[in-house]
Design a binder for this molecule. Sequence first.
Ligand code: F6R
Length: 614
Amino acid sequence: MCGIIGYLGDREATPILMESLKRLEYRGYDSAGVAVLELARPGEEAHTTLTKSEKKVDTLISKLQANMPTGHLGIGHTRWATHGKPTYINAHPHTDCHGKIFVVHNGIIENFAELKAELQAKGHNFTSDTDTEVVPHLIEANYKGDFLAAVRAALKRIHGAYALAMFSTDDPELLIGARLNAPLVVGLGDHEYYIASDITAIIPYTKRVLVLGEGEVAAVTPLGATVSTLDGITVQPKLIHVDWDVSQAQKSGFAHFMLKEIHETPEAVANAVRGRLTDDGIVSFREFDVDDEKLRSYNEVLLLGMGTSRHAAMVGEFLVEDWAGIPARAEDASEFRYRRPTFGPKTLAVVLTQSGETADTLVGLHRAKERGALTVAVTNVFASSAARDADGAIYLHSGPEIGVASTKTLAAHMVSLSLLALRLATVNGRISLERRHELVAALRALPDQIRELVDREPEIAKLAKRYSRYRNFMYFGRGLSYPVALEGALKLKEISYVHAEGTTGGELKHGPIALLDKEFPVIAICTASSTKDKMVSNVYEIAARDAPVLALVTAGDHSLDGVAKDVFEMPAAEESMAAILNTVALQLFAYHVAVELGQDVDQPRNLAKSVTVE
Ligand code: F6R
């Protein structure tokens, strides 16, 4: 979704804004722009130069290079269109009637139509179709010589979600940021400050970051940053030290971030386990430190997520039920939020969100909290909204994930859920020491097994090349392999734009099988499990309908030789670990189909990395 960067400091703002906007590209966007305040030269007045592009950041950069604004204060934006098409006029920054106040915005202003009508009636002249444009006009309407006071007064009138960076040409040493229901951070450098929607934008410049709370405003001047509420009450913001490094946000020789991130899965998995698991399978989470007795009192587990994170939730549902014997249900957070909830204080609500900022998932989290559930966010982003709003957090520690399609963080989510299920199983006395030892060994072996698998990328690429001619795919599995099948289908469709769907082995005969013929291949997940024999029978049924089958089987299993068109042997692993390995294999398959089709793998059309609107 949209990205924000603001700069105030000793250096030239424009190159920093350009570089940061490049870093924000991964979020998904369709137009971009910057505003730089150019200080008065002798005989001139200070003025702001606005440069926009209805296309990608590279087009904006070419414009800026041809006509480089000089100044030490500026804001930039990548826009993912919500209100109004991705045109030059609708690109941010937006300004007021006199071209003095400049604003970039992420989120949606829900009462913009009403505010716009009111401002137009007072003579304000609007030029775009955006909801954002009401902000500079509203600030202008409230301006009585104090820019910060005018911002606060304006924001009190706004409903919805906003992360904003703004400045006024009349106040050349003041950069303001504000947030409500959308993330915003302030980076503290050496004689320089940044405002960003996302830590990734500023990691080359600083590791010290203030995280703004809901309804807070940051006023940044050369003397420092102060944070206050809309009523002007000063607050002490949380200062965090970011441990991500620049190399993690670069492609490092890989053709795409997605590929690099798949190759980083072994480390992501190891990081998710590190320091949390003893040799006897006793699990502890530092930021979700609930004692055994309390944890035992929860008799239901609710797991919420969207997209890939919902598939992680489905894996969690299976593991909690299977290992801990506790009723568990995984829900699509966007549906859950509108239902009448039937749970209460005896429920543990686990919220899965890589970014920690997905709007639907956050609402689900808030609903669970309102009902008295104990909430824990499993997230990759430190101090993200989910992490801050939940009672506890389980951090993935995967490093930044730049590719729009989630890869390594899904594996880290799945491993974290294994640990949580193991903890619940242990406190409820549902698991033997022997089984715990087995799981500890399996978790510890996993990074090397993933490494081994990823090293076989050329074999998967070869298969993908052959299958890339098909326009439809069916993925199917049973048990833990069902969410893996859904995820395999999601990965393929989102980055290659080839139709794919996922189903269960049982469901196949109840309808989906009608689609199958020799032009409709099936990806069958048949690695060792209690339902493997049923899967094998299903593959026979499919092969009898001439559909080409690519089967994932456990190394040494020959039961589908001569039946499936292609058989790919996976490393032998404990069932829950096999689910992770299968996921990685299907990510590589989707990646290579998309590359073969020439698609923009890291920034697929219409998609955004972090979906911060409903
Ligand atoms: C798919 C993908 C999305 C996200 C979903 C939730 O590859 O990345 O489906 O999983 O938008 O995002 P988070 O996990 O940030 O809540």
